[in-house]
Write a protein that binds this ligand. Structure first.
Ligand code: FCB
Length: 538
């Protein structure tokens, strides 16, 4: 890099939609943590919900006309998924959705976020017919939710896609995927749009592009050195191509919705549409402006401003695809709300002017080294998810940042959750006594409430997740659910966190202490021992 390079740049490791920015000192963390959060700390009409995704819970991988998808095929290859797990049966929500809707209802939430399995609705993408059994399944789920007074929040694409599209043209690496996605979205709008008012086009394009095409950990498992040792791929370029196609697919689907569905006012259609971003918060590693700059980049600009930020163009040069003037028009203002998935905060260290490990010194990583540790001290308490620490203040900071940068556009926190550390614990009853999960949600909610009090237009909060599920490459041993799922019977057993959430929502004030003392003994007896002394992976 030239010495006179402007001292600002994007952090590109989570690419386009990730939010990374500097924190100008934060005070008041203790004050928030001491406070016992209550539902009344949130504005009237604020929506509480719970979040899931199709592939992580449904199972029934070849039933009801569903075709093989990218995860079905990826899971077959030994070593790709921890313990050789797969989503073939998963927690069988496909057959148990009635029971699952009851559980959601019993929590007292007013919203449920789910996604549509692409290969269940369009087994061959736009090269085949719509599968009526697939449409019927989601129609039934939606009806059942509405009957219970629960608002469905629908993610159209959450990591899973028909293998057919991968085999035909390389899925997201090809611009053809934009047309396939728009077709899929249209089928969803047509079939569910009379009842679904909150749409999210794509879940975490930034995270998916990096995990699948830079690290090679998600299907199709493409990467190059030093990021990973895959047989094919180019980690410096492919994530950019994939992001570009995903952004355009999102923008085109949003335009279709706006032009042909949203405009048709109630009682049919007339909802709103957004995209889900993986929003990790970043703080400078050292008290040094260059680390602050490394942490100071948010990349939602293309969605709202119609092009990539100039800093990205500067560092990525011709590797960064261009938008045509027409595409820019599609992208500008293509969202009605931002759906924010927030779990943790990490440190960023500059790699332009300082030495960094291989990888972090690449443009695709924004020349930033990311870590959870400073001088041997973690940024927050570690969780069962690698690189994920408990840093409640990050919730306020991320929301505050998005508020400022995006003119206080409406936001929903569509994912926030805690991965248990009990993986190491021989006493499986600890999986049910998940008081740390309760503490996590209480603390993050307190900071969210504070951001709202300061004026952020946040309209809802969704816990990730309803029940322990197929956590992608970590399989079933990484648990974020409020319900434990028995590995043999697949019975759903409430954890303390489920009791806490229910109490919180019904304002009966069950606090953490009471919840911890609550008896779960009858449920504990139902749990069998599992070999669990291995760590998860993402
Ligand atoms: C998010 C994903 C979700 C789940 C959680 C733990 O990044 O959107 O599917 O895996 O992480």
């Amino acid at each position: 890099m030239e010495a006179n390079t402007p001292r600002f740049y994007f952090v590109f490791l989570s690419l386009l939609l990730s939010s990374r920015f500097l924190v100008e000192g934060f005070s008041g963390e203790e004050e928030e943590e001491e406070k016992d959060i209550k539902i009344t700390d949130f504005p009237h009409g604020f929506v509480f919900g719970v979040s899931t995704s199709a592939y992580q819970i449904e199972g029934a991988y070849l039933e009801g006309g569903k075709s093989l998808n990218n995860w079905d095929v990826f899971s077959r290859i030994q070593g790709n998924i921890k313990h050789g797990d797969n989503g073939y049966i998963s927690v069988d929500d496909y057959h148990r959705y009635l029971e699952d809707t009851e559980i959601v209802h019993s929590l007292g939430v007013k919203a449920y976020r789910l996604s549509i399995s692409w290969s269940r609705v369009l087994p061959e993408g736009r090269f085949g017919q719509v599968n009526p059994a697939g449409v019927m399944f989601y129609s039934n789920v939606i009806d059942k939710l509405l009957l219970k007074g629960i608002e469905p929040f629908l993610t159209i694409h959450h990591h899973d896609l028909p293998q057919e599209l991968e085999d035909r043209y390389g899925a997201w690496l090809s611009p053809l995927m934009q047309e396939d996605f728009v077709h899929f979205a249209e089928i969803c709008f047509k079939n569910f749009g009379d009842r679904v008012k909150y749409w999210m086009t794509i879940n975490e394009p930034n995270l998916f592009a990096n995990l699948a095409y830079m690290d090679g950990k998600y299907p199709p498992g493409r990467c190059s050195l030093p990021f990973g040792n895959c047989s094919v791929g180019n980690s410096d370029i492919e994530p950019l191509t994939v992001m570009h196609n995903m952004l355009l697919a999102h923008a085109k689907a949003a335009k279709l919705y706006r032009d042909h569905f949203q405009a048709i006012r109630l009682p049919k259609q007339g909802g709103s549409i957004g995209i889900v971003v993986s929003a990790t918060m970043f703080e400078p590693l050292r008290d040094d402006p260059i680390d602050q700059e490394a942490a100071n980049r948010a990349s939602l600009d293309p969605l709202l401003f119609g092009d990539y930020p100039p800093e990205m163009r500067h560092y990525l040069g011709s590797n960064l695809p261009c938008f045509s003037p027409e595409e820019t028009k599609y992208i500008e203002g293509s969202i009605d709300f931002i759906a924010v998935n927030h779990y943790t905060t990490l440190y960023a260290k500059d790699c332009l002017h300082s030495n960094c490990t291989a990888g972090a010194d690449h443009a695709i990583k924004g020349y930033a080294y990311i870590t959870g540790e400073r001088d041997g001290v973690f940024i927050g308490e570690p969780t069962g998810m690698p690189e994920c620490y408990v840093v409640p203040r990050g919730m306020e900071n991320i929301v505050d940042y998005l508020k400022k940068r995006y003119h206080n556009m409406p936001m929903f926190v569509t994912e926030n959750g805690y991965a248990s550390l009990e993986l190491q614990d021989a006493q499986m009853k600890n999986l049910l006594h998940d008081s740390k999960r309760i503490e996590f949600h209480k603390a993050y909610l307190a900071f969210l409430a504070r951001a709202i009090r300061k004026g952020a237009d946040v309209r809802g909060y969704f816990v990730w997740t309803l029940m322990d599920d197929f956590e992608w490459i970590s399989g079933y041993r990484m648990r974020l659910g409020m319900y434990y799922v028995h590995p043999q019977t697949l019975n759903r057993i409430p954890k303390l966190s489920a009791q806490w959430y229910e109490g919180f929502l019904s304002s009966n004030g069950l606090n953490n202490k009471e919840a911890t003392n609550a008896s779960l003994l009858k449920d504990e007896n139902a749990i069998v021992s599992e070999p669990v002394n291995e760590t998860a992976e993402i």
